[in-house]
Design a protein around this ligand. Structure first.
Ligand code: KG4
Ligand code: ZN
Length: 336
């Protein structure tokens, strides 16, 4: 069979990204223009600023992705773009660019759900992932547990009732003045502290289900900090170490519970929070205890990128699942 070369475009949040991927796995280029430095001063992503930066950067990012992959327009089989979930204004920049580009080079357009992209990143780097699998999806906007029968068939068996895990990391980091994005800065600060010196709740840990809740933990962390500031006994490193441990413990326990109950043969992790080293280590340990394999993408494919978008479009290409030029953006995941 001929090679299938796909250009992927991702602009759902604060990364303008383009990548070229061959046959769903071979990453020929993976360009990410991060806006973190711009949003940092606001303590979070400002949607309109994100859209404006995407529109400034998208052409050059796509051009660089094609150059680095050493491909011409003719070599491309399709153009894939994230159309949900995300910031609508940001998504629209990528979608409009991808539509015009696909139309002008007369190649099909493929719409990709960003979260599928995150999950698919596992399959780009790991062979022989066995099913059924439990996938822990943890990003800035999502926290869910999926039961996967195969790469394209899965159902959501649990979700967060309020904040996503990444959102909790970001909000607590902002409150403590540690910076943005919260995940990496908390991970670094936590390494200097000790979990257990302060005590934060493991919300819903004792419930025998797959529901999560991080809003209360976030508030408890903030309240504890205010109290510590008053008494003068504050140690931000111990606080974030405990906060991270509280999130990781619940995520790992529910993932392991789901894996056990569903006789999973593998555990997968997906989304930006899956970059967290404590989470990776503890999921790995839990999988070892269950005698099954744990998988997570390398850091480059774990946080937002376009290679996962171009990669997951491969199966749609083989199935001729193409989008029309009426393609629109959606803030949340919708079934089409
Ligand atoms: O998947 P992602 O890059 O974008 C979304 O689709 O949301 O995830 C971003 C989230 C942010 O909340 C960020 O703080 C978190 O992932 N994150 C981390 C780490 N790296 C990124 N959370 C914990 N530990 C990390 N090392
Ligand atoms: Zn993401």
């Amino acid at each position: 069979m001929n090679d299938v070369v796909i250009l992927g475009i991702e602009t759902s949040c604060d990364e303008t990204a383009a990548a070229v991927v061959k046959n769903g796995r071979d990453v020929m280029s993976n360009i990410i223009n991060s806006q973190i430095d711009i949003h940092k001063s606001f303590g979070g992503v400002v949607p309109e600023v994100a859209s404006r930066k995407h529109i400034e950067n998208i052409s050059i990012v796509v051009e660089t992705a094609l150059e680095e992959a050493n491909v011409t327009y003719n070599d491309l089989n399709a153009v894939a773009v994230t159309n949900m979930p995300g910031l609508v204004g940001a998504l629209l920049v990528g979608i409009s660019f991808a539509k015009s580009f696909a139309y002008s080079i007369n190649k099909p357009l493929i719409a990709i759900n960003h979260m599928h992209g995150h999950i698919y990143a596992n399959f780009m780097e790991h062979d022989s992932i066995e099913f059924p699998a439990i996938c822990l999806v943890v990003s800035g906007g999502h926290t869910s547990l999926l039961l996967m029968e195969d790469i394209n068939n899965y159902k959501v068996i649990g979700e967060t009732r309020d904040d996503a895990a990444g959102e909790a990391f970001d909000k607590v980091a902002r409150f403590l003045g540690l910076g943005y994005p919260g995940g990496p800065v908390i991970q670094n600060a936590a390494e200097k502290g000790q979990a257990g010196n302060l005590k934060l709740p493991r919300v819903l840990l004792d419930k025998n289900d797959y529901e999560f809740s991080f809003s209360g933990l976030k508030t408890a962390t903030m309240n504890m900090w205010k109290k510590l500031e008053k008494t003068g006994g504050q140690n931000v490193y111990d606080l974030v170490a405990e906060f991270q441990a509280a999130i990781v413990e619940v995520l790992v326990a529910k993932t392991a519970l789901a894996a056990k109950k569903h006789n999973a043969k593998s555990i997968l992790m997906a989304g930006g929070v899956a970059a967290n080293s404590q989470l990776r280590n503890e999921v790995q340990n839990a999988a070892n205890d269950l005698g099954i394999n744990a998988y997570y993408p390398s850091l480059k494919l774990c946080t937002d990128n376009a290679a996962m978008i171009a990669g997951s479009a491969y199966h749609d290409y083989l199935n001729q699942k193409f989008a029309s030029l009426k393609l629109n953006a959606h803030a949340n995941i919708i079934k089409l």
